[in-house]
Structures are given as C-alpha cells and as structure tokens.
Design a protein around this ligand. Structure first.
Ligand code: YSA
Length: 263
C-alpha cells in the first residue's frame, strides 16, 4: 500500500511511467552442433581453405567406387547404408565431396566440406543422421608432415595449446598410408576417466595420403600431385567440447537440454 502511494505521488509529479510487467523473455541460441561446425569452418577459412558442399543423396560412384571401395565392401550392405529409389543412397560420409571437388577443380586444392551423413546406427555414441567435416589438400610436394602439422594446428586452435595429438595406423581404402588420430582427453587431461574409458585419449577421426587409385578415378596425375585428407565427426566433437553424455540428446530438441548451451 505504501509503495502504491509512492507510485501515485511519483506519477502525479510526472516522474514515473507505469506499464504492464514485462513478459519473461527467452533468448534462443545456436545448437551445439551448429556452433561446433561454424567454429571449425572459421579455423579452416583462416588457414586459407574453401568451404564446399555436396548432395546428401549420392550415387555409388561418388560414395564408394571412386573412393576405391571394392564392390563387396561391407559398408555397401543394406544393413549399414540407407538406399533410396533409382540405385541412389544417403551418403555415408562426406568423402564423396572430395571426388566431386577433384573432378571439377584442378590442384592446388585446399578445401573442407561439412555436412549431414547417414548410417544405420543408433546408440549413445552413434546417430543414424550425424555430421562430418572432411578436409582435402592436393598440390605438388604435399607429404604426411603437412597432414600431421595441419591436424595439430586445428586441434590446438579448437581446444587449446596444451592439447596432445596421437596418430595410430588405420585403414581406409581411399588413403595410403592411412591413420586414425586421437586428442588427449578433455575431461581428465589424459590421466584416464570414464569419458575416455581409462585410456586418456579420445578418438576424433581418420586421415591419410590420397590413394593413387582415387587420383586415377578423378583424372589427376598421381606422378605430379600428392594430397592428404582427413575426416571428423562434428557431433562427437560437440559431445567432447560440452560434456554431453549421450549423442541422442543432440537430436531430441528438448528445450530443457538445449538451454544448457546459452549463446
Ligand atoms: C578417413 C580418411 C580420410 O582420408 C578422409 C576421411 C576419413 C573419414 C571416413 N570417411 C569416415 O567416415 N570414417 S569413420 O567411419 O571413422 O567416421 C569418422 C568419424 O565420424 C568418427 O571418428 C566418428 O567421430 C564419427 N561417426 C561415425 N559414425 C557415427 C559418428 N558420429 C555419430 N554417429 C555415428 N553413427
């Protein structure tokens, strides 16, 4: 009552505007996967890479054949890949964009392609629709040292200077030699915890030197040019960055979960 009397007095003297109380204001924010993708793109743009895209409905040639996957490779099974009408499929990785880029542009090439990909997977660390980013560099004199240096710079800029990177031999039909790479666990700093299953390392993706058979499929002279490529899972990186326990939560669009990631 006393406050109301004070307000009346203030209005009478022209010193107070009175209106309805404000409505609660909800500020939206970018989805953690979008934010992670944009951050990665910015790092690559700063390094002089172009950002490319390709179709999500692909053909066998771009998704498998030109990438040196033999006709009987298990990734082609209908239990792994979503097929659509007309012999087409939902791309299972962003690697077909390598092929599209190399068929339409001549070296030097330095590009990344982020985008949605699809696989018949579903559990806490696997989604049926997820996001990958692929990097490809083709020029004269590109070596494994360039690949290692680029991956090192990428993760130091994305996480911090203290992050340690580890390379392990790995097999992908479209690269030779091929490898997988890990970063020291962001949760425990490499001492070993639940997130890294006690190993101190988190696997981030695959990489390698472009296989001569791939150069042949796209008409690039493998005697003159060499190149490296690597791929990573953007949802898994967002998971590591934001401490998300279950990838499926990223796709449920539950506002209570998304509100954990304000802008
Ligand atoms: C390898 C070598 C290269 O020279 C270039 C690219 C690559 C990557 C290759 N094309 C590929 O797809 N490898 S992968 O099957 O291991 O997937 C790469 C990353 O995608 C994984 O490290 C993981 O982070 C993520 N991933 C795979 N399946 C997933 C998934 N993320 C969410 N849900 C799934 N179902």
């Amino acid at each position: 009552v006393r406050a109301t009397a004070r307000c009346r007095a203030a209005i009478a003297s022209g010193g107070l505007d009175v209106g309805l109380p404000e409505r609660a204001f909800w500020r939206g924010s970018l989805h953690p996967v979008t934010r992670t993708r944009r951050e990665l793109e910015r790092i690559f743009r700063d390094l002089g890479y172009t950002v490319e895209s390709g179709p999500e409905v692909e053909d066998d040639f771009h998704n498998f054949e030109a990438l040196n996957l033999p006709p009987d490779h298990p990734a082609r099974d209908a239990t792994d890949t979503f097929y659509v009408e007309g012999g087409l499929l939902l791309r299972t990785h962003t690697s077909p964009v390598q092929i599209r880029t190399m068929r339409t542009r001549r070296p030097p090439i330095r590009m990344v392609c982020p985008g949605r990909v699809y696989r018949r997977d579903l559990d806490a660390t696997h989604l049926p629709m997820f996001h990958q980013l692929e990097a490809l560099v083709v020029d004269e004199g590109i070596s494994m040292a360039d690949l290692k240096g680029t991956i090192d710079v990428l993760w130091k800029r994305f996480f911090d200077e203290d992050v340690r990177i580890r390379f392990r031999p790995g097999y992908f039909p479209f690269v030779e030699p091929g490898c997988e790479y890990d970063v020291s666990c962001r949760v425990c700093g490499g001492r070993g915890c639940r997130a890294c299953k006690g190993t101190g390392w988190l696997e981030l993706g695959g990489a390698g030197m472009v296989h001569p058979a791939v150069f042949e499929a796209v008409g690039i002279d493998a005697e003159r040019y060499t190149g490296f490529a690597f791929g990573l899972g953007i949802d898994r990186i967002a998971m590591v960055r934001h401490g998300i326990e279950d990838l499926r939560m990223l796709m449920e669009n539950d506002v209570r979960f998304l509100a954990r990631f304000p802008a």
